[in-house]
Design a protein around this ligand. Structure first.
Ligand code: SF4
Length: 457
């Protein structure tokens, strides 16, 4: 009899829904149906069962073709690449669990690498603003139960986080929001008429790149001062109307996305958004939250801040201390300056997301991709190591966009012989210890250690 697995987490977007129900075949090997997920989440689970999945690492040969190798050989190759390089960069982590992030942190420290995650090209500016100005945030549960005014600034959850509005922010009925959407006012601030903007009570079509001015206008109005007839392409009356709604909230929420962090102003936009939240707290109760993209992209910030004291752009090459300085130690800046002499892409697709010149520089040196799927990065890699899909074939802790940790379940087994990111990096760590003839300071989880790899494999 097929069986239902309940309370399953979805390994796709930052909403990290954990209410999925999955029907698996009676032998527990195949996913038959996915319930409660949006179309994207549904596809993630079905894709994991694809017969076309890679089951062994592939090493590029001198003639450009790939040849299958064993995991032991892949571990050996990765360890030697890391040890040989002066400035290896390990980048990605949006789509893996915290256990793997921690395992990679140990490898990066041991081998002297730069450790960076996708925040470097998405919410990195938010980190800078949060360091300077604090982060008056809350949980998505509080939003569901309390928020009666919700502002989406520079984000489009209807596309990027399809269940955000139905599960947390607009439609659900909460403890103090028992009428659901009818009790909430929704404001969208976006230069485009997105699907989210179409749903909103008010859409302020801010002029591209002028968000800072509009934030400033809201602060000016809230402090009782006058503003010009038009700011950032928005009429004064529309700003006053939106400010009135925001001011009269019982509990207001500002969600901001990459429309704030990657337009003119960048971290300054987030900085003033936080200041606006502070101002609003003088007249109402307000909170602010970054719309994080991947299901565990909040994870590296948590794990590495605990391990190294910094959330991203962590340079461990000095061997004595961790050093973080975005612009100097951030992935794209390092790659554009051609300072990286080995690159590991894990749980992301740098081939698709990095500027082409950065990719060309990285491609001159050993380039390894660790990902369950074929992607642009895997296709230009010297070595592609397939791993188990977290949340489908591997359990683990993930941090939702509101920094709430959630235990994701394993639903089915990975293809036979395929190991997890964590297991892979535990083995790389042990191999580095062997090659450097040093004692491991970490005992990997049971089953992760393997017999020593024969030199030259
Ligand atoms: S909203 Fe995001 S986390 Fe939720 S089911 Fe869809 S893709 Fe998965």
């Amino acid at each position: 009899m097929p069986k239902i697995v309940t309370d399953v987490g979805c390994p796709y977007c930052g909403a990290s829904c954990d209410d999925l129900e999955i029907l698996v075949s009676d032998d527990g090997k195949k996913i038959l149906e996915v319930y409660n997920a949006c179309a994207i989440g549904n596809e993630v689970f079905h894709h994991a069962s694809s017969p076309d999945r890679l089951k062994r690492p592939r090493l590029r040969q001198p003639d450009g073709t790939y040849q299958e190798i064993s995991y032991d050989e892949a571990v050996d190759y990765t360890a030697k690449v890391l040890l040989k390089a002066k400035k290896p960069l390990i980048y990605g982590f949006g789509s893996t669990n915290c256990e793997a992030m921690s395992a990679v942190g140990r490898v990066a420290e041991k081998s002297g690498a730069v450790l960076d995650n996708c925040a470097s090209i998405c919410h990195g500016p938010s980190f800078l603003a949060i360091f300077d100005n604090g982060y008056p945030s809350c949980t998505l549960g509080e939003v569901k139960n309390r928020a009666d005014v919700v502002v989406f600034w520079g984000c489009n959850p209807m596309h990027a986080h399809p269940r955000h509005t139905s599960r947390y922010s607009i439609f659900p009925r909460g403890f103090f929001t028992e009428k659901g959407q009818r009790q909430r006012k929704m404001i969208s601030i976006d230069p485009r008429e997105t699907e989210t903007a179409k749903l909103a009570d008010i859409h302020l079509m801010v002029q591209q790149g002028h968000d800072y001015e509009l934030f400033d206008a809201f602060r000016t109005v809230l402090r009782g001062h006058d503003i010009p007839d038009e700011v950032a392409g928005i009429r004064k009356e529309a700003i006053l109307e939106a400010a009135g709604i925001m001011k009269n909230a019982r509990f207001g929420m500002i969600f901001f996305g990459m429309g704030c962090t990657h337009t003119d102003g960048r971290n300054h936009n987030v900085d003033i958004a936080i200041s606006l939240t502070r101002d609003l707290n003088t007249v109402a109760k307000y909170s602010i939250m970054a719309m994080r993209g991947h299901y565990n992209i909040a994870g590296p910030g948590q794990v590495w801040s605990w391990q190294f004291g910094f959330p991203y752009c962590i340079d461990l090459t000095k061997g004595t201390h961790a050093h973080m300085n975005p612009g100097e130690t951030s992935s794209i800046d390092l790659a554009m300056r051609d300072e990286v002499d080995a690159f590991i892409n894990i749980g992301t697709d740098a081939g698709a997301h990095f500027p082409i010149d950065a990719v060309k520089h990285l491609r001159k040196h050993p380039f390894i991709t660790i990902d369950p799927n074929i992607c642009m990065a895997s296709e230009i890699s010297d070595l592609h190591i397939p791993v188990a899909v977290v949340g489908v074939e591997e359990a683990g802790v993930v941090y939702r966009m509101d920094n709430v940790p959630i235990q994701f379940k394993k639903v089915v087994d990975p293809p036979e012989g395929v190991i997890s990111d964590e297991q892979l990096f535990d083995r790389v760590y042990l191999r580095i210890c062997e090659l450097t003839e040093t004692e491991p300071t970490w005992i990997p989880a049971k089953g992760h250690a393997k017999a020593p790899v024969t030199a030259g494999q």
